[in-house]
Design a protein around this ligand. Structure first.
Ligand SMILES: *Cc1c(COP(=O)(O)O)cnc(C)c1O
Length: 396
């Protein structure tokens, strides 16, 4: 198969097959020098002048423009900051404001828990009788009724990779008079996206998964450009003020996407992220998707042929999957620990799911075949059946 021309831009340890780029992307080779320069030259050398001379204050928007391209959004429509949980809160509070006459938030029971927790917290705080509905993912489209204020979905399911049809669901939400929020945590950098074309009002996502920004990298929020100036942000921090350095006593929101900033940006993390995002200048997202499908199809057929004990938990049709595949197996946790001990890194999600991410930026078909060789061996010789693999750790 064709290999994407960027594998050598990642610094992966020898002997590791990394099938977890969907959870924490690996280190790009050029990031350490960039971070060192941000620390030593910018912070150390320029001190507080760095906010201007090194562009620290502008970066939440300028660096987010690199993400805008990846998600199919126009420049200056996306901003970085905080964590994804906070961006979910911002988008949801804004969306509820736009439909104050309706009281239903529609999500699904496959959504990542923090998205649902943030909705539950906001409902308690607003205390005006909102209701969170979470049908099964496959029933969401039919649950978009005319009482729904907001449809808030994660496009690609974190457990199985099942992917919602963004264009179709957004059109249904709008036909019912609802606002649409997409969480792109497992989509940005994994599948081609056309967020502007979908006409969705909001999109949010994180940058440490397929975008390789590193642990703790800031999240992003996209707001449809015609709306930004009409929203009164609930998290009205000083850097979302129209004139932060006027230090006025009363909040006045900035023009456009800048009003979705809250406080001081994480400058060192943004330096790492900016450097990691430079790789995407050389990536064609359609080619990436083609390669991702080839890898996941190869993995599924090899596992099913050689490890019949495992059951595919992801959609079989690659058009209905993101860039990850899960297999369920009763001893999945221990098998995954045994795999990791042999250098094949995936992860595990309760109750029985072994999850494998396919990131064609740095994986090829040889990696996939080798990973399945090792998996087959572990299952055949039951080497997973050992207390050092069966004891559950804090982070799975
Ligand atoms: C990874 C992920 C998160 C993580 O939220 P943080 O606030 O960045 O920890 C949230 N939502 C979804 C859908 C995710 O996949």
């Amino acid at each position: 198969m064709t290999r994407l021309p960027v594998k050598d831009r990642f610094d992966l340890p020898d002997g590791i097959i990394y099938l977890d780029g969907n959870s924490l992307g690996p280190l790009p080779c050029s990031v350490p020098a960039r971070v060192a320069s941000a620390v030593t030259k910018e912070w150390g050398g320029h001190l507080i002048k760095g906010w201007n001379v090194d562009g620290w204050m502008a970066q939440p928007v300028t660096v987010a423009d690199r993400i805008a391209r990846i998600i199919g959004a126009p420049p200056k429509s996306t901003v970085l900051g905080d964590t994804l949980s906070i961006k979910v809160h911002q988008a949801l509070s804004a969306a509820l404001q736009m439909r104050a006459d309706r009281k239903v938030i529609l999500s699904d029971n496959g959504n990542f828990p923090t998205d649902l927790y943030m909705a539950q917290g906001l409902i308690r705080q607003l205390d005006v009788g909102h209701e969170l509905r979470t049908p099964n993912p496959e029933d969401v489209a039919d649950a978009i009724t005319s009482d729904v204020a907001v449809v808030m979905l994660t496009q690609v399911d974190y457990r199985t990779g099942r992917m919602h049809d963004m264009a179709d669901i957004t059109a249904r939400a709008h036909a019912a008079g609802a606002v649409m929020i997409w969480d792109l945590a497992h989509s940005a950098g994994a599948v081609p996206l056309d967020i502007a074309g979908s006409n969705a009002e909001f999109a949010v996502g994180c940058t440490y998964k397929y975008l390789n920004g590193g642990p703790g990298a800031p999240a992003f929020i996209y707001v449809r450009p015609d709306l930004a100036d009409h929203i009164s942000p609930a998290l009205s921090g000083w850097l979302g003020h129209d004139a932060p350095f006027a230090f006025e006593p009363d909040y006045r929101p900035a023009i456009g996407i800048e009003r979705f900033r809250v406080g001081t940006p994480s400058v060192i993390q943004i330096a790492a992220l900016d450097e990691a995002l430079a790789i995407w200048d050389d990536v064609d997202l359609k080619a990436l998707r083609g390669a991702s499908i080839q890898l996941s199809e190869l993995f599924i057929s090899e596992v099913e042929a050689r490890c019949p004990e495992l059951t595919l938990a992801s959609p079989r049709n690659p058009e209905h999957r993101g860039s990850q595949v899960s297999f369920s197996y009763k001893h999945g946790y221990a098998v995954m620990q045994a795999l990791i001990a042999q250098g094949v890194i995936g992860d595990y999600r309760h109750p029985d799911m072994m999850r494998f991410g396919f990131t064609p930026l740095f994986l090829d078909s040889d990696d996939i075949r080798q990973a399945v060789d090792i998996l087959q061996e572990i299952i055949a010789d039951r080497s997973w059946d050992d207390p050092k693999f069966t004891t559950v750790k804090r982070v799975t």
